[in-house]
Design a protein around this ligand. Structure first.
Ligand SMILES: Nc1ncnc2c1ncn2[C@@H]1O[C@H](COP(=O)(O)OP(=O)(O)OP(=O)(O)O)[C@@H](O)[C@H]1O
Ligand SMILES: [Mg+2]
Length: 261
């Protein structure tokens, strides 16, 4: 199975929700790959693995496509059953994919060969639109659209739907919508959620599942700063408050991910 969480708007939680979903499935014993198509490679950071991004300059996805590196070279172990691949330069990759048709075939055959090795493959896309993202959005089985619960987030949702139409992408791939950043003490997220539900009814023809809202939780950021996933078995070096927050997030995220087929 191949998934991507997507939104054209930046900073809505794509990397966070992708990384934790991958970590959850790996904790269940599935063999899981995260392909960072975003050359920020921030998915490494949330697992405390940012040194892997810079330790060598010859083991990026591009080196594998060009047959300058083996799969073993580019596959970075992150946790038990969980691996990640880093990208060197998304713009350059996109340019090559736009200009050279045979390169697109080569890229797709690499994606297919990765799929064959894993139970689940997640693609962490950058917020912008580019040729690499379009090929990935076409390749995956399921797109989960993340919407940040505020006015700009809802605009980002609409822009993303428009982008699917403009780029000739199959909007039936959008099978789930995930509203992120709910807070029952604030009015903005509730207003945004109402507006979002109206837009879904109006603009999406095929039925989509609106997942339960991901709450706004600052503890997500504290755990990320320490390189801890909520599905990590150990958390010995965390404070007791952080450990309790981690347990709450684990339960919330488990309920969320169990809704996705
Ligand atoms: N539900 C949430 N509650 C609190 N903070 C959150 C939540 N979801 C994400 N964040 C925080 O928001 C910030 C942006 O998240 P993230 O990097 O996952 O977004 P992104 O969509 O991948 O961004 P980019 O577009 O730059 O790739 C991070 O600091 C993350 O910890
Ligand atoms: Mg990201």
């Amino acid at each position: 199975m191949k998934y991507t969480y997507f939104c054209k708007k930046g900073g809505v939680g794509k990397t966070t929700i992708t990384g934790e979903h991958a970590s959850y499935l790996a904790s269940l014993g599935k063999k899981v790959l995260m392909v960072s198509v975003d050359d920020q490679n921030s998915i490494f950071e949330m697992f405390g693995k940012s040194p892997l991004v810079f330790e060598r300059e010859d083991n990026y996805l591009e080196h594998y496509i060009a047959k300058l590196a083996t799969l073993e070279d580019i596959l970075h172990p992150i946790r038990p059953n969980l691996y990640a691949i880093k990208t060197l330069n998304t713009d350059m990759l996109s340019k090559k994919l736009t200009l050279e048709r045979p390169f697109e075939k080569q890229f797709l055959s690499v994606l297919k060969s990765l799929e064959a090795e894993f139970d689940y493959v997640f693609f962490d896309l950058p917020p912008s639109s580019n040729r690499t993202s379009e090929i990935v959005l076409d390749f995956v089985d399921t797109v989960i659209l993340i919407v940040e619960l505020n006015k700009l987030g809802v605009n980002g949702f609409f822009n993303t739907l428009q982008y699917f139409v403009d780029a000739g992408l199959n909007s039936e791939k959008i099978r789930y919508i995930l509203p992120n950043g709910f807070s029952k003490n604030k009015s903005v997220p509730s207003v945004a959620l109402e507006e979002l539900n109206g837009m879904i009814k109006e603009h999406l023809e095929t039925p989509v599942t609106v997942l339960s809202c991901m709450p706004e939780k600052s503890s997500i950021q504290s755990l990320q700063a320490k390189g801890v996933s909520v599905f990590d078995k150990r958390g010995n070096h965390l404070s007791s408050y952080e450990r309790s927050q981690k347990a709450i997030l684990k339960e919330t995220m488990t309920q969320l991910y169990d809704q996705i087929q």
